[in-house]
Design a protein around this ligand. Structure first.
Ligand code: ATP
Length: 266
């Protein structure tokens, strides 16, 4: 089989191929990885996956709910509930069956969720040549130096950075990646011990910034900004609205809304 199967051919076959078969093909078609707390999953998460797949020519997107996110206070919904909500949101999108998948490993391990560990596992699963793209909003990218072994992420995956409103409707304009990288260097109070951004020169990070077309040429290492439809929605907003007994229909999928109501989560 040709090792360089393109995304379109995988999409054509996805309906008749199992996830395992796709994983062992050794194809160059990139896999997107969208980690998150998903407390709860909302429409901007789904649009991020849809538009990342289009912009970055991803064969699949794995949704990876965090079990115990280490950098934030404990989620309101349990890990099992957050996993269930992700599954329900995806079940309402039949056109993405076999394309959007849920990776439940972080939830079932009951351990602190470190992205670098998840990427090491997925790298072993997909092989050394498959491009992996860790997807995140620009807000998450801005905090990257706080992440456990963050420098190792670049050896495991590309990073696809989506603009997130309202501060950064274009991640390559005023409030841009370059500014964020510079902030990593100057704002050392935000950086964890032993993981300072200054250990990496600004140039070494800036030269990683690339275009979507670069993703297929290497399995990892690039920072690729891309634009998505700006949606000023967050899980925080959803939780606040629900706490205030305000309506959140169309901010989350109907199945998710039903699940939240049934289980009185927020
Ligand atoms: P919270 O408000 O609880 O912090 P959140 O809405 O940011 O949650 P997460 O589950 O923490 O949701 O986010 C998962 C990923 O989705 C992150 O990379 C985040 O940047 C991205 N993301 C969330 N909301 C948006 C949005 N409106 N636009 C673009 N990216 C988003």
């Amino acid at each position: 089989m040709d090792e360089r199967v393109n995304a379109a051919s995988i999409d054509d076959k996805a309906g008749v191929m199992t996830q395992h078969e796709l994983a062992i093909m050794g194809s160059s078609s990139a896999i997107g990885i969208l980690g998150g707390t998903f407390d709860p999953i909302h429409i901007a998460h789904l649009r991020l996956a849809i538009e990342a797949r289009e912009a970055l020519s991803l064969a699949q997107v794995l949704f990876v709910p965090a079990g115990q996110p280490p950098l934030r206070k404990p989620p309101q919904a349990s890990a099992a509930q957050r996993l269930a909500m992700v599954t329900k949101a995806l079940s309402a999108m039949p056109e993405f069956t076999d394309i959007f998948l849920v990776d439940e490993a972080e939830v079932v391990t009951h351990m602190a969720s470190y992205t670098v560990k998840t990427l090491e596992r997925l790298r072993a699963q997909y092989g050394v040549r498959r491009p992996l793209v860790l997807l995140m909003g620009a807000d998450a990218f801005a905090k990257l130096p706080l992440w456990h072994r963050w420098q190792d992420l670049f050896g495991l995956a590309h990073i696809g950075v989506a603009a997130r409103p309202a501060a950064d409707t274009n991640v390559l304009s005023d409030n841009n990646l370059y500014t964020q990288v510079a902030a990593w260097q100057t704002n050392q109070t935000n950086v964890g011990a032993g993981e300072t951004a200054t250990q990496w020169s600004m140039d070494s990070i800036i030269q990683r910034i690339g275009l979507p077309a670069d993703i297929s040429h290497a399995p990892a290492g690039r920072i690729v900004p891309f634009s998505i439809t700006p949606l000023a929605v967050s899980s925080t907003l959803i939780r606040q609205r629900l706490a205030a007994k305000h309506n959140v229909r169309h901010l989350v999928s109907d199945h998710v809304l039903d699940y939240i109501a049934t289980h009185s989560i927020y």
